[in-house]
Design a protein around this ligand. Structure first.
Ligand code: ADP
Length: 792
């Protein structure tokens, strides 16, 4: 029957039945307990209605029972009827109460059933495996997820209690131990194990099993579940792995940074250093952590470099660019060494805009000091070169004339083919090339045959009388000099013995057999090339001849002067006795005239003696005067020029004695009035004396011929670096025949003095404070008329 119809029908039927029972009870007038039939009404109501409706129906039936008893028995109530009515009421009440209670039980059962299916539904709808186990640990319930996860039928597993079959064998032991312990101690199981999945693979799953009191069974049961934590476990394992690798890398990095020979550092964006490797401590002797705390690295810089360092840090931080600097760093032993610092900004790896600086500090002390040495050397070299250039320029100016007439030439020859032959000879262990070539002239001509003139300059061609350089180049090299083969052999020896240059004299043979004496130099260049240059000595030979003639003339003049001096001194010596003779003769004559007039003849003789003596005296006097007068003639003289010529004259002697003659003169020196021959004699004498005084001396041998302009004179000074004049000799120096030399005559200085006197000066001598003798005299400047005369 339709459930919707059943309820109203049953309720109506129960109402109808109640009405019938009431009617029957009131009017049938049976002396029985008809009211008991109300119980059927209650049963019908309870079949269709709720507990409340049953209660109301029971109340209604009790009321109807009491009403019908009242109607039937009010006029003649009997105890029996009253008792029957009471029993009926009790029966109705008890039955109603029972039916209500049953109703409630059914509702409760229904609720329970619903809850059960809801729990089942919930348990089956969650994506976790859930179970319930009894206190002994046997699983009694598994949700459907079990089948989904493991692919095994849950009922079959429950029946055979074979749920552990899905646990990875390696995890089985840990699981059993964990579960046993949790059951024994009534604590929670919480363990991750690998569970075989429906597809046969294993996945990590979390086993969570908790004890809980079950009010149904009154026992402590266990409720648990399995959740898939595979991804999490794998991720964690990977993370662990990564962390291990990271740890290893970190350790390696620290090892690496500690093993590099440089200081490594790191700083934050503000330049604050927060890392140093171990090398920092090794080098500076400072504790890294303490240094980082104090941030006082500038104290370790050399005081002169601190400003550079400070500025570098400021600039680097503001520019955010790579930076480099060199500074001196104090080392553990207190010494400073040059270090090179380099730093580079790096963006943080986390993608933020933050910057850090990484860098290193390495030792460049040796490089810097050697660089400094090279620089100092260069500076010294430059200074020397400059000095030398100045000297050369000065010399060049002085000798400009000489260079103008010199005839420098160049020729380039190719010895490369000859060198190959020489290599062969060398390979045969020939040690003396010259002897070998002398013994094998054919070999020499073979070698010389391959020597080629590559290039010559115009000056050489001109010197050798060729119209074009090509003519000279075409000439066989050996024929270009009188001793051509010998010169070429010397050039072969250069290669053979590794000599870079040679020089010497030879006579070039030019066009038409023209002979040119030359001084040559040969320099070996790379690639077997030889560069030779020649100085034409023809002119030099002529100059040498002139010089020799001048020296001879000087010697002659010296001899004459010496003789003159002799004569002068003889005259001096003779003067006095002759004068005495004259006086004596006069006295004799006076005596004779007074005491004996007969001695007339004697008188005449004595008169003759007197006359002759006077004549001798006159002759001697004249000779002396002549000697001196010869030098009276004065000319305007350029002292510098005269000094220069004098030096050229005696250059040979100076060189031989290894003496340097320095001429010191102001740029503009006015001419003086003097006898050029006499003055040159004075220069030569004084210079020769100085050379003699310094001969064999160990120290510097220098003579200074100096001219100094005074008011109306020029002071001439000849000073040397010799031993000077002994104190006891200084007075006698100008006396005739005073000499300290074994072969000296001792008249030179006297000649000089008288020569200087005739030129209006006075020759004096003194010892210099720093050692050495100094001879000085003044010469008058040329008067204006004389100058005019000279110009005219
Ligand atoms: P001579 O040279 O023949 O000895 P000089 O008259 O020229 O004669 O010199 C006289 C002496 O003066 C020398 O023997 C020498 O002792 C001394 N004399 C001259 N010049 C110097 C000098 N520059 N330094 C030291 N002694 C000197």
């Amino acid at each position: 029957m339709n459930r919707r119809l059943k309820r109203p029908l049953l309720l109506i039927a129960s109402a109808v039945l109640a009405g019938l029972v009431f009617t029957f009870d009131c009017f049938a007038n049976y002396d029985y307990s008809v009211a008991v039939l109300y119980l059927a009404v209650l049963v019908l109501v309870s079949a269709a209605g709720s507990g409340k409706e049953v209660t109301r129906a029971a109340q209604a039936c009790v009321c109807l029972t009491l009403l019908s008893w009242t109607i039937v028995h009010l006029e003649s109530p009997t105890p029996a009827s009253a008792l029957r009515c009471l029993f009926a009421c009790i029966a109705i009440t008890v039955t109603g109460a029972l039916l209500v209670s049953r109703k409630r039980l059914e509702a409760t059962k229904l609720d329970l059933e619903r809850s059960r299916s809801e729990v089942e539904l919930f348990a089956n709808s969650v994506p976790f495996v859930l179970w319930r186990s009894n206190p002994g640990g046997e699983i009694e319930y598994l949700n459907e997820s079990w089948t989904t996860v493991t692919g095994l039928d849950r009922w079959a597993v429950l029946e055979g209690q074979r749920y552990n079959d899905v646990v990875h064998p390696e995890d089985m032991k840990a699981l059993s131990e964990s579960v046993s312990k949790a059951i024994a101690t009534r604590t929670t199981t919480n363990i991750k194990v690998r569970v075989r999945q429906a597809d046969g693979s294993y996945r990590w799953m979390q086993v969570y099993d908790n004890p809980a009191y079950s009010p149904l069974t009154g026992l402590v049961e266990r409720f648990g579940g399995l959740s898939d934590v595979h991804d999490e476990v794998v991720a964690k394992q990977e993370l662990e792995h990564l962390r291990n690798e990271l740890e290893i890398s970190r350790a390696e990095l620290i090892n690496f940074t500690d093993s590099v020979p440089q200081i490594l550092w790191r700083a934050d964006a503000l330049g604050k250093i927060d890392f140093f490797n171990r090398r920092y401590t090794e080098i500076t002797g400072r504790d890294v952590q303490q240094a980082l705390d104090r941030q006082d690295f500038i104290e370790d810089c050399h005081p002169d470099d601190r400003e550079v360092y400070r500025r570098l840090v400021i600039e680097a931080v503001s520019s955010k660019m790579e930076f480099r600097a060199s500074f001196r760093l104090r080392h553990a032993n207190g010494s400073y060494r040059w270090m090179s610092l380099v730093g580079r900004p790096v963006h943080s790896a986390d993608g933020s805009n933050e910057i850090r600086y990484y860098g290193g500090i390495s030792d460049i002390h040796d490089e810097v000091t050697s660089h400094q040495k090279v620089r100092e050397l260069n500076e010294t070299l430059e200074q020397r070169v400059e000095q030398r250039t100045t000297e050369l320029t000065r010399t060049e100016r002085r000798y400009a004339g000489l260079f103008d007439v010199s005839n420098m030439t160049f020729a380039e020859m190719d010895f490369s083919a000859a060198e190959l032959i020489l290599d062969e000879i060398k390979a045969n262990d020939v040690t003396d090339l010259r002897s070998y070539m002398m013994a094998h002239p054919e070999e020499l001509s073979r070698v010389l045959g391959v020597v080629k003139t590559v290039r010559v300059n115009q000056a050489l061609a001109r010197m050798m009388g060729y119209d074009s350089v090509a003519d000279l180049v075409a000439n066989p090299p050996a024929q270009n000099a009188e001793d051509g083969p010998d010169v070429l052999l010397r050039q072969l020896e250069m290669y053979y013995y590794g000599v870079d240059d040679i020089d010497g004299r030879t006579v070039l043979v030019g066009k038409g057999g023209r002979r040119i004496p030359v001084y040559f130099t040969v320099t070996r260049l790379s690639g077997g090339l030889h560069l030779s240059s020649h100085v034409d000595l023809s002119e030099q030979e002529r100059v040498e001849q002139i010089r020799q003639a001048a020296q001879a003339e000087l010697a002659r003049a010296n001899r004459i002067a010496t003789v003159g001096a002799f004569s002068a001194s003889i005259a001096h010596e003779l003067n006095q006795p002759i004068a005495a003779m004259v006086i004596d003769a006069r006295t004799g004559l006076r005596l004779i005239s007074r005491e004996n007039s007969r001695l007339e003849a004697l008188e005449r003789i004595l008169q003759r003696v007197e006359k002759n003596a006077q004549r001798v005296a006159g002759i001697v006097q004249r000779t002396k005067e002549n000697l001196v007068a010869r030098r009276h003639a004065g000319k305007a003289i350029d002292l510098y020029l005269l000094a220069f010529e004098t030096r050229s004259l005696i250059d040979h002697d100076l060189k031989r004695a290894d003496v340097e003659l320095e001429i010191v003169s102001p740029d503009t020196l006015p001419p003086v009035k003097a006898d050029p021959v006499g003055l040159q004699q004075v220069f030569v004498n004084l210079i020769n004396n100085a050379v003699d005084a310094m001969r064999g001396q160990a120290g510097v041998r220098r003579i200074t011929l100096e001219f100094l302009e005074k008011e109306n004179t020029v002071r001439v000074r000849v000073a040397d670096t010799g031993p000077g004049i002994a104190e006891e000799h200084i007075e006698k120096l100008f006396e005739p025949f005073f000499t300290t030399k074994s072969s000296g005559i001792g008249v030179g200085l006297q000649i000089c003095r008288s020569a200087v006197e005739t030129m209006g000066g006075e020759l004096t001598v003194s010892n210099q404070a720093g050692g050495g003798a100094s001879f000085e005299f003044d010469l008058p400047l040329v008067l204006e008329e004389l100058e005019g005369e000279l110009r005219g």
